[in-house]
Design a protein around this ligand. Structure first.
Ligand code: 5GP
Ligand code: ZN
Length: 111
């Protein structure tokens, strides 16, 4: 996707504070953090959101789910953290490349 900000971060065309990367995904700091630690975990592959996942993405999404706790641990979030994924405009999604927010490092509001 040529006009996707997160694809541009994957390609290194836009700078980001990357804290983790592997062959399937990467994590970087949110540019407008809503918690002391606010990361975004994205697949390298362009997927719009959870609605866009195919059966063939089973291994990818499984890998991401297993990697999120590792990233959180690496970032020192030993007391816990929140994951959020906004899906579609009605869900508050602003960047249409799948991402999991990891929020922590302070008291979070109850949902
Ligand atoms: P959404 O509302 O789509 O779930 O969240 C998109 C998130 O991406 C927002 O928290 C926003 O601050 C973050 N964001 C948008 N553009 C950039 C960018 O260019 N770099 C980084 N690091 N974060 C971004
Ligand atoms: Zn993209």
């Amino acid at each position: 996707m040529t006009d996707c900000i997160f694809c541009k971060i994957v390609q290194g065309e836009i700078p980001a504070d990357v804290v983790y990367e592997d062959e399937h995904c990467l994590a970087f700091r949110d540019i407008q953090p809503k918690a002391p630690i606010h990361l975004l975990v994205i697949p390298r592959k362009h997927v719009v959101n959870l609605d866009d996942l195919k059966d063939s993405d089973r291994d990818l999404i499984s890998h991401m789910m297993l990697t999120i706790p590792r990233i959180a641990r690496q970032q020192g979030l030993t007391e816990g953290y929140r994951t959020v994924t906004n899906n579609g405009k009605g869900g508050g999604q602003e960047v249409f490349h799948l991402h999991f927010h990891i929020l922590g490092g302070g008291k979070l509001h109850a949902l």
